[in-house]
Design a protein around this ligand. Structure first.
Ligand code: SAM
Length: 386
C-alpha cells in the first residue's frame, strides 16, 4: 500500500470507515481525542477531559504502551498543533535548535513511537488540514502543514531512494486521500488532479491511512515488502522467485537485472543474497546504492552490442528483465544475454504485455506463470532455465 488516491469528493467519515481500522480487535487509541472519542477507541489526551482514559503528553517519550501492543491508532486534528521542536539525544527533552545530528525532529520521533507500539500490519489513520488550504493557516496555533508527499518520509524505501538522511526509523506503507471541495463540473480526472495539486482551497483535508510494515522474517516476500518493490505489490512474482532461487541463497551468484528504477529490487536482492553480486542496468540514471556488491550500467536494453560486451559468456546465474516490458526489447535483450547465462542458470521476463508474445517464449522451452493477481492483466512471469 503506497498510493495517493484523490477521490472526487469524500467526507472524513466515509474515508475513515473505508480504512477498516474500526473493525480491528484489541487496544485502539484515539490520540488527542479531546471530548469526541472515536467509537470503540480509548481516548488519549494531555488533559483529563471527560472520557479520556490515558492522560498522556504525546510530545514526550517514551509513551506508556508496550512494543507491538496497539491494534489501531486514530489521530484527527492533532498533528497540525505539533510544536516545531526536536527531541534531544536523551530521548526526553524538547529543544528548539538541533545540537547534534542525532537530535530528532518531533514529527519523526512521534511516528517512530507510533510504529513501536503498533502491532505488525496495524493501521493508523491521520486527519490533518491540507497545507494548500486556509484551514491550515487560519488558526495561529497551527505549527505544521502537510501535503500529499509529506508521508513519503515515513516509508523506508522512499527514504533510501531519495537519500534522505533524517533521523527516522519507522516503515509505514500509506494511502493519502484528499477531501476535495472541487465542484462536480470538473469531471476530467487529469484536470481534477491538476486543480487538486496546484490550486489553493481545493483539497481541505488529508485522510491518511498508514500501515505498520513490520513484515517479520527474512524470506524474499518479507524483504521485498520492506524494500517496497512492485514485484510483491502490483505484481505477485516473489513466491515464484523464492521457490526457484532459495537453493542459491548463500551462494556466491551473479544476478543481472534490467530495470533498476530507484533500486528497490536491487536492495531486496542484496539483502536476500548476502554473497551475491548484483549488476543493475537501466536506460535512466543509477539508484542510490552504496554497496561493493552492486554495480550499475546505464544502457538501453535494445542495445545488443553493449549487452554482448557486458560480461563473459556463461557467467550469469540469474537474469531478470524488468525493463521497458516492450516485447521487442525483451526479445532483443534475451538474444544478447542468453549466452551469458551459465548452464543451470535462470532467465526471468516480467510483465508480459500481450499473450501474442507467449509462443516465442514457449518455443524456447519457457515456463509461463500466468499469475494474473491483483486484477493485473500483465501479472505474467516467463521463466527459462538453461
Ligand atoms: C518497473 S521499473 C523497475 C522496477 C525495479 N526492478 C523494482 O522492482 O523495484 C522499470 C525500469 O526500466 C527502465 N527501462 C525502461 N526502458 C528501458 C530500456 N529500453 N532499457 C533499459 N531500461 C529501461 C526504466 O527506466 C525503469 O527504471
Amino acid at each position: 500500500m503506497i498510493a495517493t488516491g484523490l477521490p472526487a469528493t469524500m467526507d472524513v467519515k466515509r474515508a475513515l470507515d473505508s480504512n477498516g481500522s474500526q473493525a480491528t480487535e484489541g487496544l485502539k487509541l484515539d490520540f488527542g481525542c479531546g471530548r469526541n472519542i472515536r467509537d470503540k477507541f480509548e481516548g488519549v489526551d494531555r488533559l483529563p477531559l471527560p472520557g479520556v482514559k490515558h492522560v498522556v503528553d504525546l510530545w514526550r517519550f517514551p509513551w506508556p504502551w508496550e512494543d507491538s501492543s496497539v491494534s489501531a491508532i486514530h489521530c484527527q486534528h492533532l498533528l497540525e498543533f505539533m510544536p516545531q521542536a526536536f527531541v534531544a539525544r536523551d530521548g526526553v527533552s524538547l529543544i528548539q535548535v538541533p545540537e547534534s545530528p542525532e537530535d530528532q525532529d518531533l514529527f519523526f520521533a512521534f511516528f517512530d513511537e507510533c510504529f513501536r507500539i503498533l502491532k505488525p500490519g496495524a493501521l493508523m489513520t491521520v486527519v490533518v488540514p491540507c497545507g494548500r488550504h486556509n484551514l491550515s493557516m487560519d488558526n495561529p496555533c497551527h505549527r505544521r502543514s502537510f501535503v500529499e508527499t509529506t508521508w513519503l518520509s515515513l516509508h523506508e524505501p522512499c527514504r533510501l531512494e531519495t537519500g534522505m538522511d533524517a533521523v527516522v526509523r519507522c516503515n509505514f506503507d500509506y494511502e493519502c486521500a484528499g477531501i476535495s471541495s472541487l465542484d462536480q463540473t470538473v469531471f476530467h480526472p487529469e484536470a481534477r488532479a491538476r486543480r487538486q495539486s496546484e490550486s489553493w482551497n481545493v483539497i481541505s483535508k488529508w485522510v491518511v491511512t498508514l500501515r505498520a510494515n513490520k513484515e517479520p522474517g527474512n524470506g524474499l516476500v518479507a524483504i521485498g515488502s520492506r524494500c517496497g518493490t512492485d514485484k510483491g505489490t502490483f505484481h505477485s512474482y516473489l513466491g515464484v522467485y523464492e521457490e526457484l532461487l532459495s537453493p542459491w541463497r548463500d551462494k556466491d551468484i551473479s544476478i543481472l537485472e534490467i530495470g533498476t528504477w530507484t533500486g528497490r529490487s536491487a536492495r531486496m536482492w542484496l539483502q536476500y543474497f548476502p554473497s551475491a553480486r548484483i549488476i543493475g542496468l537501466d536506460i535512466g540514471g543509477p539508484p542510490l546504492i552504496n554497496d561493493d556488491r552492486f554495480t550499475f550500467h546505464q544502457i538501453n536494453q535494445r542495445d545488443q552490442k553493449k549487452l554482448r560486451t557486458l560480461v563473459t559468456d556463461g557467467t550469469l546465474d540469474v537474469v531478470i528483465d524488468d525493463g521497458s516490458h516492450d516485447p521487442e526489447d525483451q526479445r532483443l535483450s534475451f538474444e544478447a544475454l542468453w549466452p551469458k547465462v551459465r548452464k543451470g542458470g535462470i532467465y526471468f521476463i516480467e510483465d508480459i504485455q500481450s499473450e501474442a508474445s507467449l509462443p516465442y517464449w514457449e518455443s524456447r522451452g519457457a515456463k509461463i506463470h500466468k499469475l494474473l493477481k491483483n486484477g493485473r492483466y500483465d501479472d505474467i512471469l516467463v521463466v527459462l532455465r538453461k
